[in-house]
Design a protein around this ligand. Structure first.
Ligand code: 13P
Ligand code: SF4
Length: 324
């Protein structure tokens, strides 16, 4: 049986309003190699909403927020998953579909939240607060997930917390997400002082200045932003929820208080909306490039493995979240 490969020339129509033709021409060799290698290796590319437009609109098979990528990872039938995102996302995919080869193109693509807490920190929190359930943001290592009762993402944190039906939880490691969710649920939170190095930089004064400069702008913020920033926004939600908001509400001018690539990707999908730049780049997400994805497929690097001693417990915490 012969398979017809989609070429960079054919893919250009998917990226033509976000990637200039001259730039795409410089990427064509890598794009063609990736499309060939995907077919040869029976691989799929799962890409987070923060990936650069050429990855997000160009060569990916599935795109989404952390929750969608976790859900999609459970159903992948291909032999190889290339996770175009950060390390914890690749680890989650491996937990949920352990028989697959999961590759991350750059091992340095970490996350300040994941790095802020260890498994021993969680055990110590449990010793200090016996009987209080531990709700862990997916932006953590598998070792930390293994010490947790249940995971959550920014897209389902409210429903996960409410599903527990308790007055108090230990919510780790993002202090801002915890405070934002506490305000929505009324549940008391024992928090950990972790923060996203990208979202913690936004300030309420910046949002107010933006509104003065662009009257009528609709401001969408990620709940990893400090609560005073979220309070200035019209809507707060996960990257997929912000994306859905733009798709359904027909706002003509939007500012996304989140990682920059998200605005570029949404601008590609919604040319009728004006996106106002109020964004910062995540250095970890930006490590993922076309060249890195090509090398991952060519060499099988870097393969994700999870210590069997923690994998089952970590998987349980993620599966409990998916069941909510
Ligand atoms: P989402 O789950 O909203 O995609 O967020 C992941 C993330 O790392 C945001 O900084
Ligand atoms: Fe982590 Fe923040 Fe980067 Fe998201 S944007 S991966 S939370 S450092």
């Amino acid at each position: 049986m012969t398979t017809t490969l989609i070429t960079a020339d054919q893919l250009f129509r998917k990226v033509d309003h976000v990637v200039p033709a001259v730039e795409w021409a410089t990427m064509a060799d890598d794009v063609n190699a990736i499309m060939r290698l995907k077919a040869e290796r029976n691989a799929v590319i799962l890409a987070h909403n923060y990936m650069r437009p050429e990855i997000f609109h160009g060569i990916s098979d599935i795109v989404g927020d952390s929750l969608a990528l976790a859900r999609e990872a459970t159903t992948v039938e291909a032999d190889v998953i290339v996770l175009a995102g950060v390390h914890f996302m690749a680890e989650t995919a491996k937990l949920l579909n352990p028989s697959k080869t999961v590759l991350i193109p750059d091992l340095r693509s970490g996350c300040s939240l994941a790095e802020s807490i260890t498994a021993e920190d969680v055990r110590e929190l449990r010793r200090q607060h016996p009987g209080v359930p531990v709700v862990t943001y997916v932006n953590t290592s598998a070792a930390v997930k293994a010490e947790s009762d249940i995971c959550c993402t920014s897209g389902n944190a409210v429903s996960v917390i409410e599903s527990l039906g308790v007055p108090e939880v230990i919510m780790i490691p993002d202090q801002y997400l915890a405070r934002n969710i506490a305000a929505q649920t009324g549940v008391d939170m024992i928090i950990w002082p972790g923060a996203c190095e990208v979202h913690e930089q936004f300030t309420a004064a910046e949002v107010r200045a933006l509104r003065d400069e662009y009257p009528g702008v609709t401001v969408l913020a990620h709940p990893e932003c400090p609560p005073e920033v979220v309070a200035e926004a019209d809507f707060a939600g996960s990257t997929a929820q912000m994306s859905d908001f733009v798709a359904s509400r027909r706002a003509s001018m939007v500012a996304l208080v989140t990682e920059c690539s998200m605005s570029a990707n949404l601008a590609g999908a919604h040319p009728e909306v004006e996106f106002i730049g109020m964004c910062r780049l995540c250095p970890h997400m930006q490590r993922i490039t076309l060249k890195g994805i090509r090398t991952a497929l060519e060499t099988g690097r870097h393969e994700i493995s999870v210590d069997p001693a923690i994998a089952d417990r970590a998987r349980l915490a993620v599966e409990r979240m998916l069941a909510v």
